[in-house]
Design a protein around this ligand. Structure first.
Ligand SMILES: [Zn+2]
Length: 219
């Protein structure tokens, strides 16, 4: 016990709620980024998380091939020798999958958290599904025609769009924390890290050779 700290002080601090817990936006965007970890796309991993008005998660998704279309057979590049070998013809985006994966009757008036600002195809689906708000992290394709079309549609359909500002750039998931609270060794190569900036700064990311232990969630 630190000098000048009484037993009553310690007891009093333990009776207060924990500080530094995840806020709602950080939590839901983290779920979106965690979902992206499931993507097999070697270039871009995007996740989405749909939340209803009671702050309950009603759907998650990530970019991937349609069910039954093998990840090992269908192409993952956009520079194939023929038009038919481009991934864009086949891949379902995270937003579409999150809506189709919903575990509620519908997603009316829900909010979608998503790593990238939605493309025009996803914007159509978002609008038609009844989602009323989109919170996105990266807007790196804002100059593309597809993003401009999305903005135009969201504006007229009165869909709120906000860019997410993370409280911290990274969120660490340490599986050992529940078992070894007192003496645990915090080692950077034994943590699972969610890096919100990973979608924007892919080249500058820290790479760890121990990739099965050190994993960065890509927004
Ligand atoms: Zn899309």
């Amino acid at each position: 016990m630190a000098e000048g700290t009484s037993v009553n002080d310690v007891a009093s601090s333990m009776s207060k709620k924990r500080q530094g817990y995840l806020g709602w936006d950080d939590y839901f965007m983290s779920v979106a980024f965690l979902s992206a970890k499931r993507s097999k796309d070697p270039r871009t991993q995007v996740g989405a998380c749909i939340v209803n008005e009671d702050r309950r998660i009603v759907g998650t998704g990530y970019n991937g091939m349609p069910r039954g279309c093998s990840d090992d057979v269908f192409p993952w590049c956009n520079e194939g020798p023929t038009e038919l070998q481009k991934k864009s013809l086949y891949v379902c985006h995270a937003e579409l999958n999150a809506i189709l994966n919903k575990n509620s009757a519908d997603v009316r008036n829900c909010t979608m958290y998503v790593g990238l600002f939605p493309c025009n195809e996803c914007a159509k689906v978002i609008i038609q599904s009844g989602i009323k708000k989109v919170i996105f992290y990266s807007d790196k394709y804002k100059d593309r025609t597809t993003s401009q079309a999305s903005r135009k549609m969201f504006k007229d359909a009165e869909i709120d769009c906000d860019q997410y500002q993370p409280t911290d750039e990274q969120i660490v998931i340490d599986f050992t924390s529940i078992e070894e609270k007192k003496n645990r060794i915090i080692s950077s190569d034994r943590q699972n890290v969610t890096g919100f900036t990973s979608l924007d700064k892919k080249k500058d990311r820290i790479k760890s050779s121990d990739s099965h232990l050190f994993s960065e969630l890509s927004f």
